[in-house]
Design a protein. Structure first.
Lengths: 205, 205
DNA sequence: TGTACATCAGTGAACGCGCGTTCACTGATGTAC
DNA sequence: TGTACATCAGTGAACGCGCGTTCACTGATGTAC
């Protein structure tokens, strides 16, 4: 529990949380350091005790997001073992679930314009998430005859792209762009068809 | 040719062009009405002779983008006729080509946060683009046995999502997120695998 | 346990800035006769 | 063709605002003895 009084106790995290909430509500454009400080019940100047500035605060939010994301993906991957197919499909679902459950993080990570190479820690966290998907893809592609096996990184890039596209276009209530289908179904069926195309699931499955 | 002198001649379009350039260079966040006016060689106040304000200017840029986009898609669709497959693949390529060639428009359309339902004209232009892809998908799905044919709108949503994901993640030089493969190849191969999954191209093609 | 002092995490006032928007204006252009 | 006038498309100054950031400060907390 945060201590109360003059000293906040856990202002750093409170600022990140406020930033995430704000990003979620107003988009990356709408985020301001002053407003985040206000929501954390603190003067804008106080932010500078914990962050270098506006960008640094967003970057830290993204960093935490990549951490959560990678954890979720890893958990999903392992939950599907020992079936390579189940593990892969679980990571796909985890992607969408993350975007749904942590929209603020998702936006900070992918839409805020901060570079993943801003700090080594950030890059590392991002790579970890990417590596899970790539590993799942590599496992699965063992079941494809070697000569017609696409590189695992291409395989995972396809899935990443479709997942991201579904999130951006259909999972968010983007104003006016109504989803023709529930995003979960859309992603699940899209991945299913793709995997069939690789010969990884039976045609009539 | 625009007339020179006190009166600009074609300020309206010059402002839209300046806005597109600015959006392309700085992202939706970085766009300001004042800077756009400056680039068009005009006072910020002059903008109000042609637009209601900042939002309206972006919306108009997006509107023109949807128009160009729909035209390109239609052209691609027709250029592939009478083969449903060729027509479909051409629209996929046209999607990426548009994003490449008109990044400012693309960002205004999909990342600026303006609603597609802002005006009836904007909604109409957006629907026209969407309709082309859906038509191409519908044509193509005629070749799938009816009982295992997915709805054309789902089919087209999958392709739209993958295309958008490729653009956002790999086609832009998003800072630090290097593409593992050329975006064209990635999209082409992804769509190829997907179509194979639908039984629309031969497994060894 | 009590006191003196160092450290820490906030405050609050101030800054310069660029923003979007408004307004009365004026110079350029188009039109009537 | 020339003149008078209406319309139009800009100017430029001003506004209020919220922003990110800085600074000297001060109240709260932790530590040594």
């Amino acid at each position: 529990m945060p201590k109360r009084g003059y000293h906040h106790g856990n202002l750093r995290q409170a600022l990140i949380d406020a930033a995430l909430e704000l990003i979620e509500q107003r988009g990356p454009t709408g985020f301001t350091l002053s407003e985040a400080a206000k929501r954390a019940g603190v003067t804008p100047a106080a932010v500078y005790r914990h962050f270098e500035g506006r960008e640094d605060l967003i970057a830290e939010a993204a960093h935490q997001g990549y951490g959560i994301f990678a954890d979720l993906m890893e958990f999903a991957y392992e939950s599907g073992q020992p079936s390579a197919l189940k593990a892969f499909e679980a990571t796909g679902r985890a992607y969408l679930a993350f975007a749904r459950k942590h929209p603020g993080h998702y936006i900070a990570m992918f839409e805020s314009g901060i570079s993943v190479n801003r700090t080594p820690e950030l890059a590392h966290a991002a790579n970890r998430a990417n590596a899970v998907l790539e590993r799942a893809a590599a496992d699965l592609s063992q079941h494809i005859p070697e000569d017609k096996r696409p590189p695992a990184s291409m395989f995972s890039a396809h899935i990443w792209a479709m997942s991201h596209g579904v999130v951006e276009l259909f999972a968010r209530n983007s104003p006016g762009r109504a989803s023709p289908f529930p995003a979960d179904d859309l992603l699940e069926s899209g991945i299913g068809i793709y995997l069939r195309g690789l010969g990884l699931v039976r045609p009539d499955e």
